[in-house]
Design a protein around this ligand. Structure first.
Ligand code: SF4
Ligand code: SF4
Ligand code: FES
Length: 322
């Protein structure tokens, strides 16, 4: 079968060593109660401590959030006693043969994210340090890196949650390094373009817009939340060994439109991913599901596409019968 993506599928330039994603971090405790149901007895007590108790034995002078309590696994230490080592993978295609780690000493503020730590290190110690970011609130999907062996958004990972005196930060695997933590996302975007990631509705848009039943859109919402961070692509072992594999994010996006009742793309659009470079290449090891910061669960989408392709082919087979 013709490869879906150009290239021979082998790594082309320097990549960070291919570490796949690990399991999900433990979820934070959820709020109790039922959504949308009011409290019949009034609001529960918040259980806040009185001010004197809250500030008892607590270090001060660490900024506007200094009244907040440290995490049980990493209590807030007085200033100057919480200096951590940040080992960051550095590579400059202009000057370096191989990537290498550079260590920086940095004291994170309470509740500082890895992205904020990177910005502080860049601003205060090394302006040549390069990394991507934009929104700083898990929306733009541009700050994905590997943090202590886990693929994650730097802006959504708090340093103290790592519970370690050493923070190792590397660029995303499966993609070539351009500079330090910045990788070449072209293979990811090529795959994304291949699935034509836009609504293909027949005819002009109705004056009052397309009307879709809520229950139909519920099937789609899971895939709409993708922020194109490429965490799943970088964690995918199939993408590691075969650069022609379309990858989980693109397939999840195709699922998003294949399930949308407004979309009228022909069956040939699904057939484009009906092969070892598409849905049948997936090993179903669910690393994409594990690392996705938005719980898109791309492997669910791959299963949906497989079922749709089988159903479409079966239908075509019976239609051909005399
Ligand atoms: S489930 Fe499939 S797409 Fe997801 S990481 Fe595994 S092989 Fe890749
Ligand atoms: S599916 Fe999840 S991990 Fe993959 S690009 Fe979208 S948000 Fe990122
Ligand atoms: S900076 Fe936008 S997702 Fe992290």
């Amino acid at each position: 079968m013709r490869p879906l993506l150009p290239g021979d599928g082998r790594p082309r330039r320097v990549r960070a060593h291919g570490r796949g994603g690990r399991s999900h971090p433990p979820r934070r405790p959820q709020a109790g109660g039922n959504p949308g149901v009011s409290f019949p007895e009034g609001f529960p007590q918040t259980g806040r401590r009185v001010l004197a108790q809250a500030h008892d034995n607590h270090p001060v002078g660490q900024g506007p959030r200094d009244h907040l309590q440290g995490r049980p696994n990493r209590p807030i230490r007085p200033p100057g006693e919480n200096i951590l080592t940040f080992k960051i993978l550095r590579f400059d295609a202009q000057t370096d043969e191989q990537p290498h780690f550079q260590a920086y000493r940095h004291e994170p503020k309470p509740y500082e994210t890895v992205l904020e730590a990177l910005k502080d290190i860049r601003d205060q110690q090394d302006p040549s340090l390069s990394f991507r970011y934009s929104c700083r609130e898990a929306v733009c999907g541009s700050c994905s890196v590997v943090i202590n062996g886990r693929i994650a958004l730097a802006c959504r990972t708090q340093v103290e949650d790592l519970g370690s005196d050493e923070v190792v930060i590397e660029p995303l695997p499966n993609l070539e390094i351009q500079k330090d933590l910045i990788v070449d996302l072209n293979p990811f975007w090529e795959a994304y373009r291949l699935v034509e990631p836009f609504l293909q509705a027949p005819g002009p848009v109705p004056e009052k817009g397309h009307r879709v039943a809520e229950r139909d859109m519920e099937k789609v919402f899971q895939y709409v939340t993708c922020i194109l961070c490429a965490c799943c692509y970088s964690a995918c072992p199939v993408a590691t060994r075969d650069g022609r594999y379309v990858g989980p994010a693109a397939l999840a996006k195709l699922t998003r439109f294949a399930l949308d009742p407004r979309d009228d793309r022909p069956f040939s659009a699904l057939e484009r991913v009906d092969g070892p470079d598409g849905v049948w290449g997936c090993d179903t090891v669910f690393r994409c599901n594990d690392v996705c910061p938005k719980d898109v669960r791309p492997a669910d989408g791959i299963a949906v596409l497989r079922r749709k392709i089988i159903a479409g082919k079966t239908k075509r087979l019976f239609r051909r019968k005399p």
